[in-house]
Design a protein around this ligand. Sequence first.
Ligand SMILES: *[C@@H]1O[C@H](CO)[C@@H](O)[C@H](O)[C@H]1NC(C)=O
Ligand SMILES: *[C@@H]1O[C@H](CO)[C@@H](O)[C@H](O)[C@H]1NC(C)=O
Ligand SMILES: *[C@@H]1O[C@H](CO)[C@@H](O)[C@H](O)[C@H]1NC(C)=O
Ligand SMILES: *[C@@H]1O[C@H](CO)[C@@H](O)[C@H](O)[C@H]1NC(C)=O
Length: 587
Amino acid sequence: MLQLFSKKSIAMNILIPNIIFSLLIFNAKCSPPQDPINCTYQAFNCTIKNTYGTFPDRTICRAAEVVYPSTEDELISIVANARMLKRKMKVATRTSHSIPKLVCPDGENGLIISTKYLNRTINVDQSSLTMSVESGVTLRELISNAATAELALPYAPYWWGVTVSGLLGTGAHGSTLWGLGSSVHDYVVQLRIVTPAGADEGYAKVRVLGSNDPELNAAKVSLGVLGIISRVTLKLQPMFKRSITFLEKNDSNFEDQATIFGKQHEFADCSWYPSQRKVIYRIDDRVATDALGNGLNDFIGFRPTSSLVLAAERSAEESQESMNDANGKCIDAAATSSVLQMSAYGYTNDGILFRGYPVVGYHNRLQSSGSCLNGIEDALITVCPWDPRVNGLFFHQTAFTIGFSEVKNFIEDVKNLVNLVPQALCGIDIYNGILMRYVTASSAYLGKQEGAIDFDITYYKSKDPNKPRLYEDILEEIEQMAMFKYGGLPHWGKNRNVAFIGVINKYGNANEFLRVKEIYDPDGLFSSEWTDQILGLKDGISIFKKGCALEGLCICSEDIHCAPEMGYFCRPGRIYKDARVCTRLST
Ligand SMILES: *[C@@H]1O[C@H](CO)[C@@H](O)[C@H](O)[C@H]1NC(C)=O
Ligand SMILES: *[C@@H]1O[C@H](CO)[C@@H](O)[C@H](O)[C@H]1NC(C)=O
Ligand SMILES: *[C@@H]1O[C@H](CO)[C@@H](O)[C@H](O)[C@H]1NC(C)=O
Ligand SMILES: *[C@@H]1O[C@H](CO)[C@@H](O)[C@H](O)[C@H]1NC(C)=O
């Protein structure tokens, strides 16, 4: 998630010290992300966005009202009131990181219930190794409060700006094949959720779900359609230390190595740079707590970043796009990844300097990061790199898991595409390549169905929805190949519409989920058009219109879904012949 500081016109030896210097001096303060909710009249007549400032269909999401409960009792009376009025509701977080429209209530009279003030840690129990938090606590607070009691959440997303209920609701995860698995939701031992109810029960009730309750399998990954989680209890571990080394290798035998590697190291992951034909392997294991080291992860892509640097990068990328300058992208890709590699991605051995691998330190200092959330307003001098208030990163994110049995074939297909069109994937290398994390089967009905590798691909998005991207066709082919040829499961909180076509049929227990939804919220007050569509209750995931395939709103079936006037036509894929992609035909 990074596209920084690479300018082919500047010699690398000048560039690198400057960058590192600028990272150090900008570290102190940063404008935190904007509140995603904006109301014209107090808490009424509101719009809500995600943190990137735009949804896949680029529409604006409206709500009649927003409320900010700070206790479970308030939550109950809010839900009861709305239920009585049969009013549509949606849960929103302070941070709003989901790319699809999970947060948008339907209709004119929608109510947003924010978890912003449900942000207390209720208790941390060292003897039972559990921690109870309210649903709006961020991952960062969770990690930090657990660490104070010398406890650790073993596997978690790498970006700590997400909230507990948001990350549970969308099935967010870390990377491991160990323990109870990679997903945070598989560490939930109790969950309290407020749902609508009948008049006899006062129109709302709290349901308390324990580990042995089958309904927990619905509630722990719920897309927000069952009700609103008020409190979560997680099973933790005693604090431990890790030792991390990043190792670069070529990708010659990566199709075989990819699955093997995950079984060798507890916190393994890989970053694959297909156009550079290289892989960065994360060799990452637990070590004894007396191992020396106080390492820190302050990932460069999540640091406060100069908005001037971001704007320069964005304009370089835009001009490469408009001039079809694939070569320029490839040069930038190589430069960016080597700068990152030399600066150890932001890891240090002691919180200040990187002196070499391994980086050894306490888990809570290494597992996640996000220093661009810190600090005080500085009038947008530095921001999180994707902050929509500045002209910075603007991207699509395609993220999916592919079962171990298919990973080898998928990687080979991608490699074959790169062999056919060597420069096609330089664009993703600028955004740190393809991040691959190991995930495990989950008992959650909408959780991972089998052991798999999660592939995260971030790539350029045009500000103009009608403008095609460079090598549009190759990423569309990979997207369709992943979802339809290999049955990939799209991440619920990322992706473009096409990734969700037929998604619910990929879940063996979808009917169990829908049965619980029918019990908890029979009127569908927490559902919306989008959640009905992804749950297979309503048509319309694909939006057919001029240029729809460019934005991933449809799979093209006619040229007009691409951009024929700019030379992009709807054609079959190169390797996956069933794909239909927008291909630039040179004349
Ligand atoms: C809210 O929206 C108004 C009107 O679009 C805009 O002027 C204002 O800056 C926004 N405020 C915030 C905090 O986003
Ligand atoms: C509601 O908000 C929209 C913009 O978000 C604005 O155009 C409209 O005038 C507002 N309506 C009222 C009644 O404030
Ligand atoms: C909860 O969030 C509010 C608003 O962001 C903040 O003022 C308060 O300090 C937070 N409380 C805790 C316990 O983090
Ligand atoms: C890739 O690396 C291996 C050693 O790890 C080496 O044997 C092989 O020749 C390399 N392949 C290419 C194409 O450089």
